[in-house]
Design a protein around this ligand. Sequence first.
Ligand code: SF4
Ligand code: SF4
Length: 181
Amino acid sequence: MALQTMSLSGRKKEVSNKKMTFLERLYLWTIIKGMMITIGHLFTRKVTIKYPEQVRERSKVYRGQHLLKRDEQGRENCTACGLCALSCPAEAITMTASERKPSEKHLYREEKYASVYEINMLRCIFCGLCEEACPKDAIYLTESKVLVPSQYDREDFIFGKDKLVMPLTEAMKNAQLKNAN
Ligand code: SF4
Ligand code: SF4
């Protein structure tokens, strides 16, 4: 096969070198063809939305911001077992385990707890595997529509316990709801 006839896509067009006529040199028909394509787009379904005024409907399996849960007594559920970090495909989770002191029984449910728990939001892909791996019902991906805000420094994307642990008031509200049912 000659080299000049080869075409991988099968859509190759031979370029004609014949001299253009006067009408062709006016480019009128070409301009009309281009305008027809542009006008045609005015009547097709729009694929863009006016964000942030409009927000797309999220999937039923949407996973938002992580939450480290507390139990009905307001104690942190996490026992720093490390299973979430092990199962994380993005290696986004790090933690430091500490032993609970007798005076801290009201703060942590188990004898061991995470004194440091961090998720690198630049790495996280919101897959939910950490939630599935957790044996203590401690980490959840919420339905929060608030996305990770933009920042200038990488350190600001490391979310620590201050951003991840469920607020105490929310834990108390949950306990009240549970008692009422
Ligand atoms: S959601 Fe997925 S990527 Fe993000 S921290 Fe959990 S396991 Fe890692
Ligand atoms: S969140 Fe769950 S899996 Fe992760 S360290 Fe805590 S208890 Fe273990």
